[in-house]
Design a protein around this ligand. Sequence first.
Ligand code: PGA
Ligand code: ZN
Length: 400
Amino acid sequence: MTRITRVSLRRVLDSRGNPTVEADVLTESGGFGRGAAPSGASTGEYEAIELPASESIAKAREHAVPRLEGQYAGDQRAVDAALRAADGTDDFSNIGANSAVAISMAAAKAAADVLGAPLYQHLGGAFRGENFPIPLGNVVGGGEHAKEATHIQEFLSAPVGAPSVSEAVFANAAVHAAVADVLDERGVPAAKGDEGAWAPPISDAEAFEVVEEAVARVEDDVGFEIRFGLDMAAAELYDDDREAYVYGDETKSAGEQIEYVAGLVDEYDLAYVEDPLDENDYAAFAELTDRVGDRTLICGDDLFVTNVERLREGIETDAANSILIKPNQIGTLSDAFDAVELAARNGYETIISHRSGETEDTTIAHLAVATDAGFIKTGTVGGERTAKLNELVRIADDAV
Ligand code: PGA
Ligand code: ZN
């Protein structure tokens, strides 16, 4: 029933206005699924390769589509193995991870459609726990996502005490609004970055004050615990030649960076710190995790790139205690699941994540629920972000 009869690919807009790949999968019994690839700006060195959308589509039409027609969409491993075989490389540099992930997600949705089940159930939600993922919401940011703003890429609201998904989603939106109020009171103008976070021209030190104040106001208002966290995207700050982290005119050695982050964790009671160190420095990650990993999540994004080999190295070296999962970093849902499974077996927390370039695709909301992830990172406001957040609210309401 889920045998694939047709795969079509097209270019659609992403949230930055760039072309990205959208895939439609049809099955013989009329099942239909559609998936669209997101796209990163602060990408990790070891991610699967995204090709220009047109090139990726042409290659996938030539090499992958003929192999997929006749496969069972309900057999996700077979679909994803066919994508890997069609590509023939480790990093999807032949057909592009953008076409691969779009097709992989579209096939899963087509299979769910045939079954008449929501995607999260088809992907494994029947075995999920009672907990819903807590949304981490980017409220202030800079780095590669906004010029002339903070060096730290993302300040993330973390409503850890929210009694429901819906209250967590609205709390993050309220923190986003409160940040605008605090900036306004300080006379700071702010545009928005790629993910909809405020991108004010202020120092990192002032951003900590602003976010702390905004979180405190909303916490008072809603009456449950809200903390905050960071994505430092430190690989983008790290200069290989100078062997230092560069913050404008200032630099920090790896040792100073560890001191700095450990100090921030204690001063602000941070719930979460993503990529605090360079993507090649497992040892520095391990040192920081040893110091503060008992009280905060140290998460590898560019460090692990959703790749089981890199995660295995992290587990062996005690480099972190959590992993960011981005299906397009590795190319298929099966590979993303393998990373989640390895993480879970080793006591790592998982955080399912959007990219800075997004579409209205909602797959990651289902993936987060299906895999029982502790967190989902998918912004706070803006259509391509609210698409996922609202889908999460619907899943919690069992109304998908
Ligand atoms: P990206 O950034 O999607 O631009 O890579 C998001 C992140 O670093 O988490
Ligand atoms: Zn990141």
